[in-house]
Design a protein around this ligand. Structure first.
Ligand SMILES: [Zn+2]
Length: 304
């Protein structure tokens, strides 16, 4: 389970959402058997989804982030709920790419050129959907642009995933700073200066994890927040409002997969029964397999 903190600065100019998701990303990477570049991509999207999930009001509110491009990884998709549950996948998890010129995992190259779509389902008649073209495909830049263009929100997104040489996740985390209406006059300049000087998030998290072995998960996230805002003037120091959990959770079930089979329609289902006599469906998110034999398929067909 990963901890996230929601804080607001003393001048009430901005809200901060910050989390350390090393365990969550490790779990996803283990399930999907990702390479370093797709571990970084999936980890960043899952971390962002987790933070954007807890930004929603109700536990059942649902958010989907879909990066779809012409690069070899093709697609990274994550779904999160207001209760902190997150799940996600990469269409092609085994993509291997050389590092970029500055020695970074080439997440942008793995996704290529494409679109980011965010869908929010908060129980209204129609879900809210916004799409923008990728800025860099590096995830955080694209989400920052998404908030600005599609939701008219001045927001800054930072995400980091460190993949160790043996492919395990050394550190992962994220931070979203969202400006509130009528911020204090100097707030934006102060934040821009701070963000400009910030080290990569994984550098802070690695150091804190090494130093803070006796701290709880929540203690570590609090320390992370303090370190990032260490130099900021007193009136803009963030104060913790709430601590939340973010966790990997797939809510697939046999009943849901039956719904999928029902949705393909009578004719196609009839054809599967006649030609194959069985069906095996796999959940994209957790890779669980669901098998249906002839009799079970027939029962589903009878319900349509
Ligand atoms: Zn599943």
């Amino acid at each position: 389970m990963s901890k996230a903190i929601i804080a607001i600065d003393k001048s009430k100019s901005f809200r901060v959402y910050v989390t350390i998701t090393t365990d969550l990303v490790q779990e996803a990477v283990t399930i999907h058997d990702t390479t370093p570049v797709t571990s970084a991509g999936l980890g960043r999207v899952l971390t962002a989804a987790g933070l954007m999930g807890i930004m929603m009001k109700n536990p059942q509110d649902k958010l989907t982030i879909n990066f779809k491009g012409d690069g070899p990884a093709e697609q990274i998709l994550a779904t999160a709920y207001g209760n902190g549950n997150v799940k996600g996948y990469v269409a092609n998890p085994h993509v291997d790419l050389p590092l970029t010129e500055d020695g970074k995992l080439d997440v942008g190259g793995s996704l290529g050129i494409g679109d980011l779509t965010v869908i929010r389902d908060i129980g209204l008649k129609e879900p809210y959907m916004g799409t923008i073209a990728f800025v860099t495909g590096e995830i955080a830049d694209d989400l920052t642009a998404y908030f600005y263009i599609s939701e008219q929100q001045n927001t800054s997104v930072a995400l980091g995933v460190r993949v160790e040489p043996d492919y395990h996740i050394g550190a992962a985390g994220g931070m979203i700073i969202q400006m509130l209406p009528d911020p204090a006059e100097g707030a934006i300049d102060v934040l821009e200066e701070m963000i400009g000087k910030m080290e990569p998030l994984t550098t802070y998290i690695t150091r804190l994890t090494e130093e803070g072995k006796t701290l709880s998960e929540e203690g570590l996230v609090r320390e992370l927040l303090d370190e990032i805002f260490a130099e900021i003037p007193e009136e803009y120091k963030p104060e913790v409002l709430e601590t939340r959990d973010i966790q990997w959770n797939c809510d697939c079930s046999r009943e849901r997969i039956e719904q999928v089979l029902m949705a393909i329609g009578r004719d196609d289902l009839q054809q599967i029964i006649e030609e194959d006599g069985h069906a095996e469906l796999q959940c994209h998110f957790c890779l669980s397999k669901y098998e249906f034999n002839r009799e079970e398929l027939q029962e589903i067909l009878d319900k349509i």
